[in-house]
Design a binder for this molecule. Structure first.
Ligand SMILES: Nc1ncnc2c1ncn2[C@@H]1O[C@H](COP(=O)(O)OP(=O)(O)OP(=O)(O)O)[C@@H](O)[C@H]1O
Ligand SMILES: [Mg+2]
Length: 361
């Protein structure tokens, strides 16, 4: 099986409103897939349909190789679900909830106890196994929900914003668990607004907007596409302005011609390809700062506290090397260096804003 999930024009309407609109999406088997999108984009609705908690209005999907309309029971056996709103019974204890889930999925009686214990230990919730769910904190409920959803060892795990409200330590426990499940060959479908989490965990990312898939690729490829797109936009702006100015210059007097040349230069400057470099030089002095400032590839340089400088330099492979070698030749000691490339969050903001204008990445 190549795809854990494949949707075929999957559509879900609520009355006149289309929450998921002819969605076509393929999630690779055994991958960690990040499902992103603004509030109300259709993530939870898609997950509900894929987990057979709601019926699609039209279209269909296969999950674990089974059609959600024709074989919903087989689908249910293969999947686990950590919902956005914890759906455990408040008047049952943690342990009772977990056992109920295990019974529902037909986990053999002799395996339930050991599996439940192992998962509860892992999620650090064993100490509260006899507490009523209604008496747990939000994070504790979420931990119990994770255990209940994994008790039948599903091949595909849907997680709808699972780390919301978790403290940083528990978040890490959950991330480790996701990686462990992944290494066991399970597929994880993770709805999240946490870009750090998504970059850390996900092999592929899909961004849904207004019920339509607006972007799909690996996190790195999405960021690379954005870098290239920014370059292309600048290039085309530059050449368009140059063309217009050259056209006007054909009829210009010599004085006007020179003035128009300045406009062209200004447009070149405004739209040149730059990249931002941030460097900490522990022994930064004025001489080194000025050397860096005077490099032909440096367009802008600012000094912050503790030896940190930020440079806007020409976007070429050589220019980073030139900055580094200038520092080293002047006996500067580099303690940190980083370039500012677009983040997944930049991609998200761009893709979801752009889609409203009808564009696509
Ligand atoms: N039961 C329902 N009845 C009517 N409309 C609904 C229902 N459930 C969801 N919607 C609408 O469908 C759209 C998609 O909602 P959904 O919950 O799928 O968004 P989401 O991407 O999960 O958002 P969030 O990031 O906020 O969780 C929203 O406009 C929502 O108001
Ligand atoms: Mg949601």
């Amino acid at each position: 099986m190549k795809y854990a999930v494949e949707t075929f024009d999957l559509t879900k309407n609520y009355g006149d409103f289309t929450a998921v609109d002819k969605l076509k999406m393929k999630i690779r088997n055994k991958s960690i897939f990040g499902f992103l999108g603004p509030n109300g984009a259709g993530k939870t609705t898609t997950v509900k349909v894929l987990t057979c908690l709601a019926l699609p209005t039209s279209g269909t999907a296969t999950v674990a190789g089974y059609d959600i309309l024709e074989n919903p029971n087989e689908v249910r056996q293969k999947i686990g679900m950590i919902p956005q709103m914890v759906s455990l019974y408040g008047d049952l204890t943690v342990k009772e909830n977990i056992h109920m889930c295990a019974d529902f999925y037909g986990v053999p009686e002799d395996l339930i106890e050991s599996r439940a214990d192992e998962l509860m230990e892992m999620m650090d919730i064993k100490y509260a196994e006899n507490k009523y769910v209604s008496q747990l904190s939000g994070g504790m409920k979420q931990k119990a929900s994770v255990v209940a959803s994994l008790i039948h060892q599903p091949d595909i795990l849907f997680m709808d914003e699972p780390t919301i409200g978790l403290d940083p330590t528990t978040k890490r426990i959950l991330w480790n668990l996701v990686e462990e499940l992944h290494s066991e060959g399970r597929t994880i479908i993770l709805c999240s607004h946490d870009m750090y989490e998504v970059e850390l965990l996900c092999d592929d990312v899909g961004i849904i907007n207004n019920g339509v898939l607006a972007a799909f690729n690996t996190p790195q490829a999405l960021k690379d596409a954005m870098i290239n797109e920014q370059k292309n936009v600048k290039n085309s702006k530059r050449s368009n302005i140059a063309k217009i100015v050259e056209e006007i210059q054909k009829e210009a007097t010599p004085e006007e011609y020179a003035a128009y040349d300045k406009i062209k230069d200004h447009a070149e400057e405004e739209n040149r390809d730059t990249r931002q470099l941030s460097v900490i030089i522990s022994n930064l002095n004025d001489e080194l700062f000025n050397q860096l400032k005077n490099l032909s590839i440096t367009y802008n340089i600012t000094k912050q506290s503790s030896g940190r400088i930020t440079l806007d330099i020409l976007d070429s492979d050589e220019s980073v090397t030139e900055v580094i070698s200038t520092i080293i030749m002047n006996n500067g000691i580099i303690t940190s260096i980083s370039t500012k490339d677009p983040s997944l969050e930049d991609v998200f903001v761009k893709v979801t804003a752009k889609k409203k204008e009808g564009g696509e990445i």
